[in-house]
Design a protein around this ligand. Structure first.
Ligand SMILES: [Zn+2]
Length: 134
């Protein structure tokens, strides 16, 4: 028996992908939707896997502080130095800032915060998403 609950969080981000040919090779933005699934075999004394409100507040606060309206770039992207010089907000990652890698970063944070996360799905557009499940 497994219970699963999912919370959705909307955020906006910019990125560009290196070593890639296609629209995402150029700086641009997405209206992202992240779906965080938590799973448990048992329920707490309230009959819940986890309180939606708690998860949403915690994770949304972290996403707002680290990713929302940020330019997300690979650490060795030449734009990093220029954006830093301009004082523009940015987030760097070890790997290309694909939907897959952003989903993994969110998963790692949520797991590290102690939530029983089973998967993180990032919708980059209304028709394309990537899922990371640890
Ligand atoms: Zn893109």
């Amino acid at each position: 028996m497994t219970y699963r609950v999912t919370v959705q969080i909307h955020f906006c981000y910019g990125h560009r992908l290196l070593d890639y040919e296609g629209a995402c090779a150029h700086p641009h933005g997405h209206n992202g939707l992240v779906e965080i699934a938590l799973e448990s075999q048992t329920l707490d004394h309230r009959g819940m896997v986890f309180d939606f409100g708690d998860v949403k507040r915690d994770v949304k606060a972290w996403i707002d502080a680290t990713m929302d309206h940020q330019m997300i770039l690979r650490h060795d992207d030449p734009l990093v130095a220029w954006l830093e010089e301009q004082g523009e907000p940015l987030l760097t990652m070890d790997d290309n800032p694909t939907a897959e890698n952003i989903a993994r970063a969110i998963y790692d944070h949520v797991r590290g915060a102690g939530y029983p996360v089973s998967s993180v799905k990032l919708w980059e557009t209304p028709t394309s998403h990537a899922t990371y499940s640890g």
